[in-house]
Design a protein around this ligand. Structure first.
Ligand SMILES: *[C@@H]1O[C@H](CO)[C@@H](O)[C@H](O)[C@H]1NC(C)=O
Ligand SMILES: *[C@@H]1O[C@H](CO)[C@@H](O)[C@H](O)[C@H]1NC(C)=O
Length: 349
C-alpha cells in the first residue's frame, strides 16, 4: 500500500467533508421535525361564510373546496373567535389561468369591531397562464387601515401542484407567518406599534374572490371565466387558541392566560436560530416588496421598521426592486388591503 502523505490527505478530505455534511444534516433534520399539530374536521370548527353552493366539503369531512365561478366566490369562517392562537391549513391553489383571483387565509374581527378592527393576512394572487402565483402578508391593528403593512413575495414551489401548510401564529408577544415550517415574517409587539398590534379576539377566514381590479399586475389582467370554476382546496385544519366571546371581555381571562402560556410553549412559537436563518434566506430571495422600504408611500418609515441591510440592498431608494422591474411605474390609487401597483408584479423573475 502506498502511504504517501499527499494521498492520505486526499482521502481524508472527503471524509471530513462528509462528516461536515452529515452534521449539517443532523442539524437540519433535528429541527425540521414536523410541528405537533392537532387537526379538526371542518364541521367542528368552521361554517360557510358566503357563496354557499361553492363551499364544497370533502367526503372525509377534513377539508373543503372553495370555488369561484362567474356568479360568486366563496368563503368559510371559524365558528368561534380567538384571543391569540395558531391558525393553519394545508392549502392547494387553483392552477393555470388564475389572473385576477385572490385566495385569502386570514384572521380578522372586522365584522365585530368595524372602526377598530384587527387583521392578519395571507393573500395569494393569481397570475396569467404559465406565470407563478404571488402572495402578500399584511397586518392591521385597532383600525389602522390608513397604514398597510404589506410585504409581497414569490414562492419557492408551485402552490397549485400540491398542498402546503400555511400558518399564522398570533401571541401577545409576536406574530409569525409560516409556510410549511419556514417562518417567512415575524412581527414583534413593540413599543413603536402602540395600539396597532392586534389584540382583540379574531375569527379565522378563508375566501376565494374576484380581485380583477388589483390582484394581477395592478388590475391589468382580469379573471377569465372561460377557465372557471376555480377551486382552492383546504384540509388538515388547525385551530389552536383561546376561544373567547368578544362581548364578554372579562369572563375568560384566567382560562386564556393558561392557554396562552401553552400556546407560547409550542415549538412553532419560537424562531430558533436555524429557523431565523431560513427566514432570512427566504426574505432575501423571495421578498420583492416591503412597506418598510417604500419611501413613496412612507417618506418617513413607520416606527416599527428596523432595516435589515441585506434585505434593503435589494431595493432602490423608492422601495422598488433593483433588478428585473420594468421602468414604467404605474400608479393607481386603490382602497385598503392593496399594495401600490408594483412594476415587479409584471415580471416573472
Ligand atoms: C393546466 O394546463 C395544462 C397544460 O396546458 C393541462 O395539461 C392541465 O390539464 C391544466 N390543468 C387544469 C386543472 O386545467
Ligand atoms: C384603539 O382605537 C380606539 C379609537 O378607535 C382608541 O380609543 C383606543 O384607545 C385604541 N386602543 C389602543 C389599545 O390603542
Amino acid at each position: 500500500m502506498d502511504h504517501h502523505p499527499l494521498r492520505s490527505f486526499q482521502t481524508s478530505l472527503p471524509k471530513t467533508l462528509s462528516l461536515f455534511f452529515f452534521s449539517l444534516f443532523l442539524l437540519f433534520s433535528s429541527t425540521t421535525s414536523a410541528f405537533d399539530l392537532a387537526t379538526i374536521p371542518f364541521n367542528d370548527g368552521y361554517s360557510h361564510l358566503f357563496g354557499d353552493g361553492n363551499v364544497v366539503r370533502s367526503a372525509d369531512g377534513n377539508g373543503v373546496q372553495l370555488l369561484l365561478d362567474r356568479y360568486t366566490g366563496s368563503g368559510f369562517i371559524s365558528s368561534n373567535m380567538y384571543q391569540y392562537g395558531f391558525f393553519s391549513a394545508n392549502i392547494k391553489l387553483p392552477s393555470n389561468n388564475t389572473a385576477g383571483i385572490c385566495v385569502a387565509f386570514y384572521t380578522s374581527n372586522g365584522e365585530v369591531f368595524e372602526k377598530s378592527h384587527d387583521e392578519l393576512d395571507f393573500e395569494f394572487l393569481g397570475n396569467v397562464a404559465g406565470k407563478p402565483w404571488r402572495f402578500q402578508t399584511n397586518l392591521y391593528g385597532n383600525g389602522s387601515t390608513h397604514r398597510g403593512r404589506e410585504e409581497r413575495y414569490r414562492l419557492w414551489f408551485d402552490p397549485s401542484r400540491g398542498y402546503h401548510r400555511y400558518s399564522i401564529l398570533w401571541t401577545q408577544k409576536n406574530v409569525i407567518f409560516y409556510i410549511d415550517e419556514v417562518p417567512i415574517r415575524e412581527v414583534l409587539r413593540s413599543e413603536e406599534m402602540r395600539g396597532e398590534y392586534p389584540s382583540k379576539p379574531m375569527s379565522l377566514y378563508a375566501t376565494i374572490w374576484d380581485a380583477s381590479n388589483w390582484a394581477t399586475s395592478g388590475g391589468r389582467y382580469k379573471v377569465n371565466y372561460k377557465y372557471a370554476p376555480f377551486g382552492a382546496e383546504f384540509k388538515d385544519l388547525v385551530l389552536k387558541g383561546c376561544s373567547t366571546d368578544p362581548f364578554q371581555e372579562f369572563s375568560d381571562i384566567e382560562g386564556c392566560a393558561d392557554q396562552n402560556t401553552h400556546l407560547e410553549a409550542q415549538e412553532y412559537a419560537e424562531v430558533t436560530p436555524i429557523r431565523r436563518m431560513k427566514m432570512r434566506r427566504f426574505r432575501q430571495r423571495f421578498m420583492y416588496y416591503s412597506y418598510c422600504y417604500d419611501t413613496i408611500r412612507y417618506p418617513i418609515p413607520p416606527p416599527e421598521c428596523h432595516f435589515n441591510l441585506a434585505e434593503k440592498q435589494r431595493f432602490k431608494e423608492t422601495g422598488r426592486l433593483k433588478f428585473g422591474g420594468s421602468h414604467r411605474r404605474q400608479s393607481r390609487r386603490r382602497g385598503r388591503n392593496t399594495t401600490p401597483v408594483d412594476e415587479n408584479d409584471q415580471n416573472d423573475m
